[in-house]
Design a protein around this ligand. Structure first.
Ligand code: IVH
Length: 671
């Protein structure tokens, strides 16, 4: 049975009220903004169509949520309003037309155009130029007193500077957590096993609405002004744009992306430009705001319900959407890492359709309390891989996610080393998934650079059992390849020639191509330059490997383990037998220099030369100069009032040199 209209309206109002409470009061939204916008839009349309059910208590008529009991309340002298939205160029034209009709004005209007920051609205009250009070928006009429917390935000001035400051001035704007800080905060939260935030906006709101301002003080928040409330005894420009510039002169931060535009065309250009810049900005924005620039015109237009008639927000594509978790697949990576992948009901988010998202590891699944069938919130900020950020029980039956105990590809045991987040298949190159990845990596551009040996071809060759390891590539014959699907004669010829060509390489690229765990291109290069030959690298023990730049104990162990495996030795022999070769690696001059291979640390105050000079002199003789003392340090040069580094060096039994000893060393080594 379909619901009656009044029931539909009542249900929507009830849902929206609950969402308002979670969002504004608890800072813990239970649906995405996009879904909220859709529900409120439906409610407004129904209320317009059926005015007999209109009510001033409807969520369509109010802003924000009820305030928390724990903060003292502040009544806004002028209500803090919200903004209407447009979602398309057409709706923008309608918005401008409505204004022009009201103003009986056919001339093109000038708009102040600003980014719509995704944070928390705040009112700052300055009396005699001093910050005396700060309040959240609350329900628009009554907000929460967050003065102590706001005073910890570094870019909010406690006193304004300059001239003609009104006796009372209320500045309104948004508190945000910059994106880089948000990621750093969440990383730390994961490391500390504490709860992170779903998005930068919740991070800002959750950080500001703390009863203990010491906590707020530790959170990296920032504020940007976008408007003015009370002005008492002061005269301000008659343009919104100029008023914002004035705020900046008084020391209040504004965003860099504010411009003035004419007509719908100007607004659309600004929209396109800001959207293109979205991923480069350090704060999250969810749209652009167009405001009639003339203050007199703004006053003429006035307000309706919860929003001014003279401004609107033009929303960008949502970066968060909700969908359903249909299943979880487990992928096997090159080094056997098992990555759970969420299979989603396709959803349009951040400008693309997303149907898969990485779940990282088992801890992440637990952290999200994820179950198959859940409604999940997917976030895809520009250029970023889609993430599952929250999971909510859905209407569908739920099923636990069972992390496999054996590899889904080769059935070998999966192991998870204590203290490591990643579980791995123990099958090594016995595992087809790892074999495919290893061959893809071998052929990749940075490694052996085999043109035409892309992902699909490798999969095809492994699945057809034509190759099992990188060395098998060199035995491939045209008559084996031609019968394969999508393999025309020309393609086969090109591929075989690329395989031949790759044989001439460098030692660094060959080392990289072997795919040793944690040996990327920089480390491969360092290994080649340090040891000069493949033999020397294969025979190096952990201590010798640790002498190489960037190689610590863990990487050294991976290298030793790799070369110890008989299978790997066989593949290397086969590759060399196939004719892979490289020019002899020239010893870098530094190996012949007198202090080559030695690591020095400088500490304390040097009196006869400055620290930089000493550093450069040591480096010129081939030494490495490091900032911290470790087991790898050979000498510590201790100047006057040397502190903890000297103590540590003594503890580790490292040779300590005085400044004079350093000088004679440098002299001695200078012919
Ligand atoms: S003007 C009277 N300008 O968006 C007009 N609001 O959806 C009131 N917001 O409550 C707001 N950036 O928290 C304005 N440049 C901007 C904004 C902005 C973000 C927020 C603000 C407001 C909400 C409305």
């Amino acid at each position: 049975m379909t619901e009656s209209i009044d029931q539909q309206i009542a249900t929507l109002r009830q849902q929206l009220q609950a969402h308002n409470y979670s969002y504004y009061t608890l800072d813990a939204p239970t649906i995405t903004d996009a879904e909220y916008d859709r529900q409120i839009k439906t409610l407004r349309e129904l209320e317009q169509q059926y005015p007999q059910y209109a009510s001033t208590a409807s969520p369509s008529q109010s802003v924000g949520g009820p305030v928390l009991d724990s903060f003292s309340k502040i009544e806004h002298e002028l209500p803090m309003l919200s903004l209407g939205n447009v979602y398309s160029e057409n709706e923008l034209h309608e918005f401008i037309e409505r204004i022009q009709n009201r103003l009986k004005n056919t001339q093109e209007l000038t708009f102040c155009v600003e980014p719509k920051l995704d944070g928390l609205a705040i009112s700052l009250l300055y009396e005699q130029g001093k910050l005396v009070r700060a309040a959240t928006r609350g329900d628009g009429s009554i907000g929460e007193d967050v003065t102590h917390n706001v005073k910890t935000i570094k870019n909010i001035p406690h006193a304004l500077q300059g001239n003609n400051i009104p006796v009372r001035l209320e500045v309104r704007g948004e508190v945000v957590m910059p994106i880089a800080d948000f990621h750093a905060f969440n990383q730390q939260a994961i490391a500390n096993d504490t709860k992170g935030f779903v998005n930068p906006r919740n991070a800002a709101a959750g950080s500001l609405r703390q009863l203990d301002s010491n906590i707020t003080a530790q959170r990296p928040l920032a504020f940007y002004s976008y408007g003015i409330g009370i002005i008492d005894q002061g005269s301000l420009a008659d343009s919104h744009y100029q008023r914002l510039q004035q705020l900046q002169q008084w020391g209040l931060p504004i965003t860099y992306e504010i411009t003035r535009e004419t007509g719908a065309k100007g607004c659309m250009t600004a929209y396109t430009q800001l959207l293109a810049k979205r991923s480069e900005l350090n704060y999250e924005i969810d749209g652009i705001v167009y405001k009639v620039d003339g203050i007199a015109l703004q006053e003429q237009l006035g307000f309706v319900a919860r929003a001014p008639r003279w401004a609107t927000a033009h929303k960008f594509p949502a970066q968060e959407e909700q969908t359903q978790l249909l299943d979880v697949e487990f992928q096997v990576g090159r080094t056997g890492a098992i990555t759970p992948v969420a299979i989603l009901k396709p959803v349009f988010v951040g400008g693309v359709t997303v149907s898969r998202a990485s779940l990282h590891n088992a801890d992440e699944i637990n952290r999200l309390d994820l179950k198959i069938g859940n409604t999940v919130i997917i976030r895809r900020a520009a250029d970023v891989i889609p993430q599952v950020v929250k999971s909510l029980p859905g209407a569908q039956p739920q099923r636990d996610i069972i992390f496999p105990v054996t590899c889904p590809v080769c059935d070998s045991e999966i192991e998870r080393i204590e203290g490591e987040a990643i579980a791995r298949c123990t099958g090594g190159l016995y595992c087809a998934a790892q074999r495919k990845q290893a061959i893809k990596y071998f052929a990749s551009r940075k490694a052996m650079n085999i043109d035409g040996l892309g992902v699909k071809v490798v999969e095809q060759l492994v699945d057809e059992q034509l190759i099992n390891n990188p060395a098998d590539l060199f035995t491939l014959q045209a008559d084996q390849l031609i019968p394969l699907e999508r393999m025309a004669a020309k393609k086969v010829a090109n591929l075989l020639s690329a395989i031949q060509q790759c044989k001439q390489t460098t030692l660094a690229k060959f080392i990289l191509a072997l795919g040793i765990r944690e040996v990327g291109d920089a480390t491969a290069k360092n290994l080649a330059e340090h040891f000069l030959t493949l033999d020397a690298i294969q025979n190096a023990d952990i201590a010798a490997l640790e002498q190489v730049d960037d190689v610590g104990e863990i990487v050294a162990r991976h290298i030793v383990t790799f070369f110890r495996q008989v299978h790997n030795q066989e593949v290397i022999q086969a590759l060399l037998a196939a004719g892979i070769h490289w020019p002899e690696v020239q010893a870098k001059e530094k190996h012949q220099l007198p202090l080559a291979g030695k690591t020095y640390v400088l500490t304390g105050t040097l009196t006869k030369m400055d620290r930089n000079e000493a550093k450069q002199a040591l480096q010129a003789l081939g030494a490495k100069v490091s900032g911290s003392v470790s087991k790898k340090t050979d000498y510590v040069v201790a100047g006057e009032s040397a502190g903890s580094k000297l103590t540590k060096a003594q503890d580790l039994g490292i040779t300590i040199l005085t400044e004079d000893e350093l000088l004679s060393l440098l002299d001695l080594n200078h012919p």
